[in-house]
Design a protein around this ligand. Structure first.
Ligand code: SAM
Ligand code: SF4
Length: 351
């Protein structure tokens, strides 16, 4: 992007009135993608993780987390539940586990789902950084999309929110590897990290454009008490006000991405709903076109807690489905039932 375009981005992120900005972005979304939202059934199949990201509630050193991994049959059943109810796509997500045993486990699960539904059901993975061999194994098993947030495009900010053995370059290289292997690639950032500037956020959008990714997921950073980034000194009122600021800033980021990158898929992240019960709908009205309802069995859902106030942990996935449908209807949006909902951007290459 040119210097002028980056200045324009900074204006969108900081100065244009929020309502006017989101209205423009929503009009862009409707023009390009219609008044339709694609759903992905999110299966959080394991909370084991080798990493220790300073912000994440399921980080390795959080001893209060009850660790679990769903069985192959349970994961396939959750994917089938989603497919049978018209979700055109599922996302398998977990902590980062580098073992060969885990690579083979995931490959078996993906093959079983793919054999059952073929190309009628999209299979997206979000399992952290892995070796090229593992990414290839999963691709050959039938996975076709991969989500790996860069968390921040600023390597210095990244270094401040991770232990020193976590590498920004390694993460960026994984994104490039995934693209070479033919995955539809998604990335994203957390919004409202301590020390993050508007310039960092503008550069995040430049990063998305430079890496030519097809899907973007951005959510507000929410402090979790089980992590080093939790600030116990904040009183409730200050914490609530800070969350609201991050929420609005995330809507600004969604709108700015829709207006600049246009035909990418943008997810309205669950973290928006953790701050505001209407968070996902507000994300759609700011330009997002994807929602990932949680279809993880409720016995596991609460143990996959990245931050406090995780939505829908007590409701059955069936109830969530009905609730989401009526909520979207109320804002004049319909659900794009069936169909994988691949991003329009995919395969076009960089302009
Ligand atoms: N382990 C994989 C990885 O890191 O890519 C996938 C699962 S990880 C839990 C998914 C995303 O959750 C991360 O990329 C991060 O952006 C987000 N996340 C973790 N902790 C968070 C927090 N406290 N607030 C907001 N988002 C958070
Ligand atoms: Fe593990 Fe992902 Fe959480 Fe980092 S963000 S601790 S890699 S689950």
């Amino acid at each position: 992007m040119t210097g002028q375009e980056i200045k324009n981005l900074l204006f969108l992120l900081g100065e244009e009135p929020l309502e006017a900005l989101t209205a423009r972005a929503y009009a862009q979304k409707c023009e390009l993608l219609g008044k339709r939202v694609a759903l992905r059934g999110l299966i959080e199949f394991s909370n084991f993780c080798r990493k220790n990201c300073f912000y994440c509630g399921i980080r390795r050193d959080n001893a209060n987390v009850k660790r679990y991994r769903m069985t192959e049959d349970e994961i396939v059943a959750a994917a089938s539940w989603s497919a049978d109810r018209g979700y055109g796509s599922v996302v398998l997500q977990s902590g980062e586990v580098p073992s060969e045993e885990n690579a083979r486990f995931v490959a078996r699960v993906v093959s079983r789902i793919h054999e059952k539904y073929g190309d009628a059901l999209g299979i997206t993975l979000s399992l952290g950084e892995q070796s090229e061999e593992t990414f290839r194994l999963w691709r050959n098993a039938g996975a076709h999309r991969y989500l790996l947030r860069i968390e921040s495009s600023n390597p210095e900010l990244y270094a401040r929110i991770h232990p020193c053995d976590h590498s920004w370059q390694a993460r960026r290289d994984c994104l490039r590897m995934l693209k070479r292997l033919g995955y539809i690639v998604g990335t994203g950032v957390m919004v409202g990290l301590p020390g993050q500037t508007l310039e960092d956020l503008a550069n995040d959008i430049v990063f998305f454009a430079d890496e030519d990714v097809d899907m973007i997921g951005m959510g507000p950073f929410i402090e979790d008490p089980g992590t080093p980034m939790f600030n116990p000194a904040l009183d409730d009122a200050t914490r609530t006000a800070a969350r609201r600021t991050k929420f609005d800033l995330t809507l600004r980021m969604i709108a700015a991405v829709r207006l600049t990158l246009k035909d990418v898929n943008i997810a309205a992240a669950t973290a928006l709903q953790a701050i505001d019960p209407d968070g996902r709908e507000k994300g759609v009205l700011a330009g997002a076109n994807v929602i990932m309802p949680n279809v993880t069995p409720r016995a596991y859902c609460a143990a996959y807690r990245l931050y406090p106030n995780k939505p829908c942990v007590h409701e059955h996935a069936e109830a969530c489905r009905g609730c989401l449908e009526s909520r979207l209807k109320a804002i004049g949006e319909e659900i794009a039932w069936g169909g994988r909902g691949d991003p329009l951007h995919f395969g076009k290459g960089k302009a």
